[in-house]
Design a protein around this ligand. Structure first.
Ligand code: BYC
Length: 335
C-alpha cells in the first residue's frame, strides 16, 4: 500500500504505540533513534510522554491554522481590488489546508479529529495568541502576511527536521506555502508604501499595533518555557523560543528598511559585540492574559469557530450518509 511512512525493509522494527512502555529494549531503541536523528513513525513504539507532547503541539498548531483564517477572512469581502481578493482567498484556503495536514498528522498519534475539535471548542486546547488581535484596517492583512507569516516561517522551518515523521513532512509543504504568504503580505504593503501619505500612515499604524504581539508568537522566554528542554532533547523543537525570536528580529529589521517603516521599540538597536540587535522588554503580562483567554478577541474567535462548526453539521451528516450509501451499494454489487 502507498504510505507516507519512511519504513524500509532493513530498518529495525520498533514495537507499535501502546506496547508495554516498561520494555527496556523498546526505550533503548527509541533513544538510539533519537540520538541518531532518525525519524519516529506512527507504527513505532514511543514513550507516552513523547506521544502526548507531540499531540499537544501538533493539535495546537492545527487549531492556530484554523483560527488564523478568521482575522484575514474578515477582509475577503472588503479587499481593495479583484487581484488582492483572489490572492487573499487563496491564502485563507491554504491555511485551512495546513490545519487539515496537521490534524491528520495528529490523528496518527491515536487521537480523533472529534476529540481535538472538542478540546478547542471547550477552551481546553490552546491556539496561537496572535489570532486574538483584531484586523482593523486593510494594512493589517499585509502585516499579517509579512510579520505573522514571517514569524511562523522562522518557527516552522526547523520543524521540518522534527523527529516525528508525519509532522516533519507536513511542515515541509506548509513552509513552502507560508513563504508565498509572507511575500504576498510584503508585496501588498510595498504597494501601499508607494501610494498616498494616508496609505503609508495606515501601514505604519498597523506595524505599530502588531510588532509586540508578533514577538510573543515565539512563546515565553527560554527560562520560563516549561516544555523546551524536553522537546529539544527529543528533537521536536530544534531552536529555542528566544533564539528564534532573535533571528526574526534581525531579519525583520532589514525588511522594514526596504519597506520604509519603523518598529515601535526605542531600545531596538544593533549590538556590535553580540552581532545581533538588542530589543526592548516584552509585556509578558499581556502575553499570558491573551494565552489564558482574555485577549481583545478570544471570545469572539472561539464563538465564531463553534458557530461555523455547528452550522456545518449538515455537511458532515450528508457526507456520512453518502458514504454509507456507497458502501451498501458496493456490498450489494459484490454479493
Ligand atoms: N500562543 O513551554 P512553552 C501561523 C503556550 S500558525 C499561545 O514554550 P512549547 C499562521 C504553550 O503551548 C502559528 N500559547 O511551549 C496561521 C504552553 O502551554 P501548554 C502557530 C502559547 O510548546 C494562519 C505554554 O505556553 N505555530 O503562524 O515548547 C495564518 C508554555 O510554553 C504561545 C505553531 O503552533 C503562543 N504564542 O513552545 C497565518 C508552531 N507560546 O501547551 C499564520 C508549533 C507558548 O503547556 N508550535 N504558548 O498548555 C511551537 O513551535 C511551540 O508549541 C511554541 C511554544 C513555540 C508555540
Amino acid at each position: 500500500m502507498y504510505t507516507q511512512s519512511l519504513d524500509v525493509p532493513h530498518a529495525v522494527a520498533l514495537e507499535p504505540p501502546g506496547a508495554d512502555s516498561a520494555d527496556q529494549g523498546a526505550q533503548e531503541r527509541f533513544d538510539s533513534r533519537i540520538a541518531a536523528d532518525q525519524k519516529i513513525e506512527p507504527q513505532d513504539w514511543m514513550p507516552d510522554a513523547y506521544r502526548k507532547t507531540l499531540l499537544r503541539q501538533i493539535s495546537q498548531h492545527a487549531h492556530s491554522e484554523i483560527i488564523g483564517m478568521l482575522p484575514e477572512g474578515n477582509w475577503i469581502s472588503r479587499a481593495p481590488s479583484l487581484k488582492r481578493k483572489a490572492i487573499l482567498l487563496a491564502k485563507v484556503q491554504d491555511e485551512a489546508g495546513h490545519g487539515l495536514y496537521l490534524y491528520s498528522a495528529a490523528e496518527t498519534l491515536n487521537s480523533s479529529r472529534g476529540q481535538m475539535v472538542e478540546a478547542l471548542h471547550s477552551g481546553r486546547a490552546k491556539y496561537s495568541s496572535i489570532f486574538n488581535y483584531p484586523t482593523l484596517t486593510w494594512a493589517d492583512v499585509g502585516v499579517i502576511g509579512w510579520l505573522v507569516d514571517g514569524a511562523a516561517i522562522m518557527n516552522q522551518v526547523p520543524l521540518c527536521r522534527c523527529t516525528y515523521g508525519p509532522y516533519a513532512r507536513a511542515m515541509i509543504r506548509i513552509c513552502k506555502e507560508e513563504s508565498f504568504h509572507q511575500r504576498q503580505g510584503f508585496d501588498a504593503l510595498l504597494a501601499m508604501m508607494q501610494g498616498s501619505q494616508a496609505q503609508r500612515e495606515m501601514v505604519q499604524e498597523s506595524v505599530n499595533r502588531w510588532w509586540w504581539p508578533v514577538l510573543m508568537m515565539f512563546g515565553p522566554s527560554d527560562k520560563e518555557s516549561i516544555h523546551s528542554t524536553q522537546t529539544m532533547q527529543w528533537g521536536i523543537k530544534r531552536i529555542s523560543n528566544d533564539d528564534l525570536r532573535q533571528k526574526f528580529v534581525d531579519a525583520a529589521i532589514q525588511q522594514a528598511k526596504v519597506l520604509g517603516v519603523t518598529f515601535p521599540d526605542p531600545d531596538l538597536k544593533w549590538n556590535e559585540a553580540r552581532g545581533q540587535h538588542d530589543y526592548g522588554t516584552i509585556d509578558w503580562d499581556e502575553f499570558w492574559s491573551v494565552v489564558n483567554g482574555d485577549g481583545p478577541c478570544n471570545k469572539e474567535r472561539l464563538a465564531t469557530r463553534v458557530k461555523a462548526h455547528d452550522d456545518g453539521a449538515w455537511v458532515r451528516e450528508a457526507a456520512l450518509a453518502y458514504s454509507a450509501k456507497q458502501t451498501k451499494r458496493a456490498q450489494a454489487k459484490a454479493a
